[in-house]
Design a protein around this ligand. Structure first.
Ligand code: NDP
Length: 339
């Protein structure tokens, strides 16, 4: 069983050398009545929150720290090889938390493992668009942003797994949508593929507030926050009265020992801004409703989706580390096996 092991707890930016690609020969089983499954992992998902699991246990965020010397874990799409669970049978497809390895033994947990029913779409989509990041975009936009037709929406890290879908939901709602990303290629993608009204490369802007003023001469009603730090500060200066900020993530801060300060906080009072953090796992009760909206939209070509695919488990550390340098163009997926 080939695996990706955490060598030691990570501080600062994660490096490929923090992980080791190894092979074990332990025989894996899912005995009858054990309620566990032996699964073959097909696709693995690289997600920014995984950084919080790489630090020492006390330093990790909501999710528990990885164990040094053990395979790291994350979302994946897998096929059941053996089942000791009455609700699953050999051949079923699932998505959810598995080890970063070829085969895993998992005990399905509600809201952490989901049976895949619609296989009429590429299976890798269940690591992104149809999985955790897609649900994040859905819950974050529709539940937390309280959007209305005609409002102005700004999305940071907009070409990523979550951002590309938030922008498309906002367009479907009839909003004016601007995204930012870290390269010209991504900016072009936002405008041509995902239908954003405008986009800019934040790395090329001297003054982020001026860039936002240029894109939003009448101000921002909704900010879907993925990056934090200086961007949040600039956004606060450009928010409209009674604007909403859905705090989904702050990737610019995840690798810093000392987080950057945010200074323009008085805007929250003057403009009566609602800033609300949220976590996707509080919202899985809406998962089937989400699929009912998104699956037909994919099939009808109304929702576009871009993946960045790394081939082979051995490429997984490079792909994961790349997220924190913006190397991924679209959702970062690792193919372990295609069937
Ligand atoms: P992405 O696919 O967007 O990948 C991460 C992207 O973040 C990179 O490609 C890069 O794009 C950008 N980035 C990296 N470093 C920085 C930096 N220092 N400053 C600004 N941008 C940076 O990831 P996801 O779509 O999966 O996740 C987006 C956000 O949503 C993350 O913050 C994540 O933690 C959060 N999240 C929160 C969840 C929740 O439940 N609250 C659930 C899932 C995700 P670029 O080229 O634009 O710099």
């Amino acid at each position: 069983n080939k695996q990706i092991i955490l060598r030691d707890y990570v501080s600062g930016f994660p490096k490929e050398s923090d992980f080791e690609f190894t092979t074990t020969t332990v025989e894996l089983r899912a005995p009858e009545g054990s309620k566990s499954l032996l699964v073959k992992n097909l696709y693995l998902s690289c997600d920014p929150y995984m950084r919080s699991r790489m630090g020492k246990p006390a330093a990790s965020g909501i999710a528990q720290a990885f164990t040094v010397g053990k395979p790291i874990i994350g979302f994946g799409v897998s096929r059941v090889i053996e089942s000791g669970h009455p609700d699953y049978k050999k051949g079923d497809l699932i998505w959810g938390i598995v080890g970063w390895e070829e085969y895993s033994v998992v005990t399905p947990i509600p809201d952490m493992h989901f049976k895949i029913h619609d296989t009429d779409v590429p299976l890798s989509y269940y690591t992104g668009l149809l999985g955790m990041p897609g649900m994040t975009a859905y819950a974050g936009f529709y539940e937390i942003c309280s959007p209305k037709k005609g409002e102005t929406v700004y999305v940071s890290a907009a070409s990523g797994a979550v951002g590309q879908l938030v922008g498309q939901f906002a367009k479907m709602m009839g909003c004016y949508v601007v995204g930012s990303a870290g390269s010209q290629e991504k900016v072009d993608l936002l405008k041509t593929k995902f239908g954003f009204d405008d986009a800019f490369n934040y790395k090329e802007e001297q003054d982020l507030s001026a860039a936002l003023k240029r894109c939003f001469p009448k101000g921002i009603d909704i900010y879907f926050e993925n990056v934090g730090g200086k961007m949040l500060d600039a956004v606060l200066l450009n928010m409209n009265t009674f604007g909403r900020v859905a705090v989904c993530g702050m990737i610019s801060q995840y690798n810093l020992e000392d987080h950057e300060g945010v200074y323009n906080l008085t805007s929250i009072i003057y403009k009566r801004i609602r800033i609300q953090g949220f976590a996707v796992f509080d919202h899985y009760d809406k998962y089937s409703k989400f699929l009912e909206l998104v699956i037909p939209s994919i099939k009808e070509g109304k929702i576009a989706y871009v993946e960045d695919v790394a081939e082979g488990l051995e490429k997984a550390p490079e792909a994961l580390v790349g997220l924190f340098h913006g190397k991924n163009v679209g959702k970062q997926v690792v193919v372990v096996a295609r069937e």
